[in-house]
Design a protein around this ligand. Structure first.
Ligand code: F6R
Length: 243
């Protein structure tokens, strides 16, 4: 097992700023980097900081390609809670990433073929250089819910009631998340060269503890990261259990 490096900050804002600098540094070092991107509440302030760094100059995404972790199945195109809409709003529309370079899993037509195509597109880029991850309160990474095989790849998954409950606030009043999504697999994530996992807030403390202080277990998908050689965890003190 490998022990990830923990970088712990006093505030959520300090975490966001440090993660944005990490992403910017990776792109400056390799302007044609392939990024694995995440959505969720955790990344809103991170992307805002990254946009601020981009506006300062000396940072371009013109040669970058990005692959998001996941997307809901069954939302109409342009739905405000789709991860495509999230990415357009919080990042893509505000940086120079070419429109065709920001990929999300395909959720229309033959979805199983789209999953295979997604894996092939990542492989054609030579794999993901830097994968960003949040963590669910149940230890999920992407939408790999507890029980997801550690060698799983991009596929259709059922969301757990706790994930649906956690994400309902992202939906317009009266709507709930769909029951299914497409996600990169745990195995897809594990193939990334470097992984940055971000956890903010006391409600992530239990999942973080289970992920990195216990033996890897299918009950906690994030615990697969123990077997990855280059993981950095950025978190605030609350996510560390206030320690
Ligand atoms: C998002 C994703 C999820 C989230 C996780 C944490 O693309 O794949 O794994 O990273 O659910 O979400 P927040 O940041 O909203 O707590």
């Amino acid at each position: 097992m490998n022990t990830p490096e923990f970088r712990v900050f006093g505030t959520a804002q300090a975490v966001a700023s440090a993660v944005a600098q990490h992403i910017a540094g990776a792109v400056q070092a390799n302007p044609a980097a392939t990024l694995g991107l995440a959505t969720g509440k955790t990344f809103i302030s991170i992307y805002a900081e990254l946009i601020a760094l981009y506006r300062q100059g000396g940072l371009s995404f013109a040669e970058v390609e990005s692959f998001n972790l996941d997307e809901y199945i069954g939302l109409p195109a342009g739905h405000p809670a789709s991860f495509r809409s999230y990415m357009e709003e919080h990042l893509f529309s505000q940086i120079d990433l070419p429109a065709q370079s920001g990929h999300l899993p395909g959720v229309e037509g033959d979805i199983e073929q789209a999953c295979r195509d997604y894996e092939a597109a990542i492989a054609a880029r030579g794999g993901i250089d830097l994968q960003l991850l949040g963590i669910g309160q149940n230890g999920h990474i992407g939408f790999n819910e507890p029980g997801s095989p550690f060698d799983s790849h991009t596929r259709i998954v059922d969301l757990t009631p706790s994930t649906i409950a956690a994400n309902t606030s992202d939906f317009p009043e009266g709507e709930v998340p769909p029951p299914q999504a497409v996600t990169m697999g745990v195995g897809t994530i594990m193939q990334a060269k470097e992984i940055v996992l971000v956890a903010i807030g006391a409600n992530k403390a239990e999942a973080l503890d289970k992920a990195f202080r216990a033996e890897p277990s299918l009950d906690c998908p994030a615990s697969a990261l123990h077997n990855h050689p280059h993981v950095i965890v950025y978190c605030d003190e609350a996510a560390m259990g206030g320690k």
